[in-house]
Design a protein around this ligand. Sequence first.
Ligand code: ADQ
Length: 414
Amino acid sequence: MRSNPRVLAIVLAGGEGKRLMPLTAERAKPAVPFGGIYRLIDFSLSNLVNSGYLKIVVLTQYKSHSLDRHITKTWRMSNLLGNYVAPVPAQQRMGKNWYLGSADAVYQSLNTIEDEKPDIVVILGADNIFRMDISQMVESHIDSGLPMTIAGIRQPLELADQFGVIEADPDNPVKMKAFLEKPTNAVGLKDSPNEVLASMGNYVFNTDALLKIIKQDAKDDDSSHDMGGSIVPLFVDAGQAGLYDFTYNEVPGATDKDRNYWRDVGSIDAFYDSNMDLISVSPVFNLYNDKWPLYTGYTGLPPAKFVYGHHERLGHALDSLISPGVIISGGEVIGSVLSPHVRINSWSSVRNSILFDNVTIGRNATVSRAILDKNVRVEEGAQLGIDADHDRARGFHVTESGIVVVPKNAVVTK
Ligand code: ADQ
């Protein structure tokens, strides 16, 4: 392997995100807005670009329109050096079916690898919030001499059934001994019984090994054709799977708190909590790190504006992320994340909530612990997130922990 390998990155962006419904009713999970101005996929793409990997294909599938639009608008790169971020839709090449699983998505798009002829293929998920210098993982991969490497991070034992769970080789910490995809009976780590080592869904492969295994898996009718479920175990069984411990990852400008931040925002509660992580006074994930910028799409918006509103009621926001294009007029916003074009009107109160693009909060309305999808309008005097039974009666989803979610374009009446 040459010291400066040619790397192609593949971002798996076909996830349906069922547990994020209704936020994924009309958009692919990687296109779900996050942190006011971002979409979930911006984190993986920013990590790749900041790591110097500028040849990227994004495999899309389910409800990919807004994702495609976001990628083509935001992630258009200069072609001068042959760099690209290219969305590749399902049914690119082989067979009539949509992708069966993430490994099938790679199989159906093998021509993108064969055309590029990279030495190494990096495969990332598109639904995680983190900062990672992928080149450090690639270096570790090359040093290990193994054909495949997976990134691991410690996670609470009770979440083990949502992740691939890794057992490191006790004699060789950069090698995997065993791997189980979403086990229901996982055992905690020896040195920390309440934690497991989880796969972050990020993989590095030598190209020849990936092509061989993906083609082999495609012929296996019993396979789930999934990266975690099928491909990783094949490497582990052959004693050929490397392990990269995310705690070694050093990203410029990271704080002690957010150095190892990684969240899988698979559920509404996780999505909500992860947004809230951004706004704490000393945030667990710090957006204000210009040494590892997070890129996104909005351009041409006016600054956020705060006005007194009627009868000199002070429009204000505290402990909140307020995007450009927002107008807060005589209402209060506390502990919340507001996307562009949100309007907050007089005597209204928005607390501990997430408002997507173009949400309007009417006068005297109260919103608490809620997620409001794009274009939602809360009518004058309406209450949301105060009485869960009333919220459910109006057809809104309320999570066990009491977060209410209002779908795109809905009107919240009294
Ligand atoms: P999950 O996230 O549950 O677990 P999956 O649903 O396959 O696995 O999603 C992984 C990535 O692939 C996501 O970015 C998703 O959008 C994308 N994806 C899913 N199906 C796809 C398809 N058919 N076509 C294209 N893209 C698709 C995975 C691993 C676990 C690991 C967790 C970490 O399988 O081992 O622990 O990620 O979050």
